[in-house]
Design a protein around this ligand. Structure first.
Ligand code: GDP
Length: 403
């Protein structure tokens, strides 16, 4: 009897110990897992590599800043020396320079090539005894700066009247006149803002057009930086699908500042489909603005223009286009003006980006192109550096020429 009671006590104790052991094991198992889970720091900007959906690729946008595969990986506790759970790599994005004051920084570049004109004009105008030959020299100087015949004629007429009435050729006075007249031609009253904030609860859509080689893709990349510096959520659409390198180039620009790019990996894919996908993705991601790069081979003008027209129509099935920026190379002079006309026949150009103003003494093209198209120069490219694109400021521009 005593033996049986003893056996029962032993059994009860063993069962209790096993039960406690199992319970502790269960608790440790739970605690160990939750302790091993690391909170991923959320990148402040979207993962650029994850969004490369092309036409027909309906994978949809990847949620921004989530690395679920790392989160769910169980931790093996049997390993004595647990490797540190690698901190996920948070890309170090570049901080683009703020748009404000860029033109002041780049003024020297503008001045380097264009002050010769300003100085030449001042020397001519202030030397006194202006005869016909001297006025012709003034005209030639202005024409050589690509100001165009019409604007040159107007400017010379205005200056001649002043000299006649005031009868002075004092340099400071002449500089004042020249500054005022040039500023009038550049037209400070034009609205040079770039549409880049959400409109009616949808992203602003900017279409960037222009002939290849003018600096179009570079400009889209630089503009993305300007907008990122202004805290906009930007998305890029690589609709120049003829050259695979163009999409790579654009994606690289985006990746540097944490901006996603919608592209196709297939050379020759339908650019309209890429543009459509880009606008759709920007809507889904609730971006502030989507920038769409397009192709610009002019050798077959009809095809190019048909294609551009299609891109425009397909985008407009989803959203109005808020801005069409035409990129022109300032060094191409009259040729650039002809390109401007061709493009404006197909799309409603709302602003000009003049690139390579750092490499030319033909700053007068600003005036000529504005007159030709009736739309303002909104941005100027002044170098190959990533932040060498500046909002155009008429007063700073004229001052740089006259200094
Ligand atoms: P796209 O074919 O029109 O897309 O032209 P890219 O963007 O590939 O640019 C063509 C070349 O022009 C590149 O070497 C750019 O670095 C250069 N470029 C673009 N903008 C400027 C600028 O404002 N100044 C200078 N000096 N070069 C520029």
């Amino acid at each position: 009897m005593l033996e049986q009671i003893w056996l029962i006590v032993v059994l009860v104790v063993v069962i209790a110990l096993v039960g406690v052991g199992l319970f502790v094991g269960f608790l440790r198992g739970r605690g160990g897992r939750s302790g091993g889970r690391s909170q991923l720091p959320t990148p402040s900007r979207p993962d650029t590599t994850g969004y490369a959906g092309g036409p027909g690729d309906d994978a949809g946008p990847r949620p921004v800043g989530v690395g679920t595969d790392v989160l769910e990986r169980p931790v093996d506790e049997s390993v004595a020396t647990l490797p540190e759970l690698a901190e996920p790599e948070v890309p170090a994005y570049e901080r683009p320079e703020s748009a404000r004051g860029r033109l002041a920084r780049l003024r020297a570049r503008l001045a380097r090539s264009n002050t010769a004109i300003g100085k030449g004009l001042l020397a001519l105008l202030s030397r006194g005894g202006l005869d016909e030959a001297a006025w012709e020299d003034v005209e030639d100087t202005l024409l050589s700066a690509d100001l165009g015949v019409e604007a040159t004629t107007e400017l010379v007429a205005a200056l001649r009247t002043k000299v006649l009435i005031e009868g002075t050729t004092d340099e400071a006075t002449v500089r004042g006149w020249l500054r005022a007249e040039l500023l009038k031609l550049v037209d400070p009253s034009m609205d040079r803002r770039v549409a880049s904030t959400r409109v009616d609860n949808r992203p602003a859509v900017i279409l960037v057009v222009g002939v290849n080689g003018t600096g179009k893709t570079t400009t889209v990349g630089k503009l993305a930086r300007v907008l990122v510096a202004e805290d906009r959520d930007v998305l890029l659409g690589a609709a120049d699908t003829f050259r695979a390198a163009a999409a790579d180039q654009l994606q690289t620009w985006g990746e540097r500042v944490g901006v996603p790019t919608v592209r196709s990996d297939r050379e020759g894919a339908d650019p309209a489909a890429v543009a459509f996908d880009a606008v759709k993705a920007a809507n889904e991601l609730e971006a502030d603005v989507v920038l769409i790069d397009t192709a610009g081979r002019l050798h077959n003008k009809t095809n190019l223009m048909d294609e551009l027209g299609k891109v425009k129509r397909v985008i407009e099935k989803q959203s109005p286009i808020d801005e069409v920026l035409l990129v022109l190379d300032a060094t191409t002079g009259q040729n650039g003006l002809e390109q401007a006309r061709v493009f404006s026949d197909v799309v409603d150009v709302t602003g000009i980006v003049l690139t390579k103003l750092d490499g030319t003494a033909k700053g007068g093209i600003v005036v000529a192109v504005q007159r030709k198209l009736g739309v303002p120069v909104k941005l100027v490219g002044l170098g190959e550096g990533p932040d060498d694109l500046a909002p155009f400021d008429p007063a700073a521009f004229v001052d740089a020429i006259l200094d």
